[in-house]
Design a binder for this molecule. Structure first.
Ligand code: AQP
Length: 321
């Protein structure tokens, strides 16, 4: 089984990125990449993108992923090459139906073409490595379905080339919410100074303060209730995820919001501080990080190249026998 996942360097990584993704990247033979090509679907600043790409890659290594499993997407040209071939097999109609495009780009004159074709790049990411199961959150289901359709159509029209991936739904559809607005997802592209977003590399005292100031709900009872108590429910879910506990059972242990917040702060820091220590070590050894990323790049190139070549041949692009 091939496991593959990417993180877009569209902001400084958050607690949500760690609990929902990084921490779950556990396959020592997996392919984990910084999806920097995906970070250009909206206006971007090249220097900031380069800095965020490096920070994200270093955090992935700091989280314990072995050298050789982590790479930067743009370092592996096959992603963009295959994406173009897949664009040539996709229809404007199906891309126009993608919710993300409809919500973020349709009808706006300055929408980049790459926002429209982004699902083809995502299909290339998946299909290049023969990925059979794609573990993604609910908001990406539609894109994985499209990757399946593209693979099936390609195999039918040009011959058996791609593994058709299955959508692997997460057992717990985990969504860490913004601490200041607990009905919205915590997102890395929020403003840098957004108080509800916990950044993995913020100083511990800043993180503690943010948690102690998290928006709570009316009343005083600590209860897991998404509808009536979204703030407290979010804090319980963060605590449960950090301590491998059960959010509903954990609620019974608390008689005040203050006690709960204090424990959430300690639990979050017990997850984040070791990560920050490892990050500091790696950040002080840029040559070592370069070496690990080069290993990841070379392994990804070697793994992806045969399937790209097969697609090129199948589409009649070689010009030779
Ligand atoms: N709040 C969250 N709770 C749980 N998991 C989360 N992830 C992101 N936010 C949360 C998971 O992190 C990975 C990152 O994927 P991505 O970078 O391609 O994009 P995303 O899902 O759109 O992440 P963000 O942080 O919300 O970025 P922006 O603000 O750019 O849209 C995914 O596995 C995701 O499930």
């Amino acid at each position: 089984m091939t496991s593959l996942s990417g993180i877009t360097p569209s902001g400084r990584l958050t607690l949500g990125n760690h609990l929902g993704a990084l921490r779950r990247f556990t396959d020592p033979d997996g392919f984990y990449f910084v999806a920097n090509l995906h970070a250009m679907t909206t206006k971007h600043d090249p220097r900031r993108l380069a800095a965020l790409t490096r920070e994200t890659a270093t955090l992935m290594l700091a989280a314990g992923l072995p050298a050789g499993t982590v790479f930067v997407q743009a370092d592996v040209p096959a992603h963009a090459q295959l994406a173009y071939l897949l664009e040539c097999t996709s229809y404007v109609g199906e891309l126009a139906r993608m919710i993300q495009y409809k919500e973020k780009g349709r009808g706006k004159p300055m929408t980049r073409a790459s926002l429209f074709t982004y699902p083809c790049l995502m299909a290339a990411d998946i299909l290049l490595y023969g990925t059979d199961r794609v573990p993604v959150g609910g908001d990406q289901d539609q894109h994985v379905e499209l990757a399946r359709d593209i693979a099936i159509r390609f195999n039918r029209e040009y011959g058996e080339t791609f593994v058709v991936p299955e959508l692997a739904k997460a057992a717990l559809a985990m969504r860490i919410k913004d601490l200041a607005n607990p009905t919205a997802k915590m997102s890395k592209s929020a403003a840098d100074d957004a108080v509800g977003t916990i950044r993995l590399l913020d100083p511990p005292d800043v993180i503690r303060r943010q948690i102690l100031r998290a928006v709570t709900d009316s009343g005083t009872e600590v209860r897991h209730d998404e509808e009536a108590k979204p703030g407290i429910t979010n804090l319980l879910e963060i605590l449960a995820t950090c301590t491998d506990g059960d959010p509903v059972a954990l609620a019974a242990a608390y008689s005040s919001y203050g006690e709960l917040k204090a424990d959430v702060a300690e639990a979050v820091l017990s997850v984040i501080e070791p990560l920050q220590k490892e990050y500091a070590v790696l950040a002080s050894e840029p040559g070592a990080v370069d070496g690990m990323l080069a290993q990841g790049r070379d392994r990804a190139i070697a793994a992806g190249e045969p399937r790209l070549r097969a697609a090129i041949r199948a589409m009649g692009l070689t010009g030779s026998e």
